[in-house]
Ligand binder design. Sequence first.
Ligand code: ZN
Length: 148
Amino acid sequence: MRDELYQQTILEHNRNPRNFKKLPGATHLAEGYNPLCGDHMWVYMKINKQNILEDVAFEGQGCAISKASASMMTTALKGKTIDQARVLFEEFHHLVIGKLKPDQQPNHLGKLAVFSGIWQYPSRVKCASLSWHTMHGAIDKVKSISTE
Ligand code: ZN
């Protein structure tokens, strides 16, 4: 049952978020804010000359969903190219608004597919996608992202 997996994954990443730190020497960073819920975070990336995301980290405060989503995003993006990160951003965005059905359509989401049911809770969609919008902004050198 995907709902159960979703719950467990969120709780686990919320308790033990990965890459939850400042990243010294970050080449790209942005601040993201979701006024609907109060989620507030910074996403840091170290992108090398080959356009590979060598390191990705985040810090801040937010609900369990925003934190778990950011945590999973950092692990999913490490080692990816900017182009691959943009593809994942698009796929994740389509996933959380219910446009992409991971069981039926080809995608690169892997474990991120646990968020597939979240479109049924519109108020939580922004929580799940905040870190992704912030990361996307950081790539494009946009320093501050608000989901409204
Ligand atoms: Zn939230």
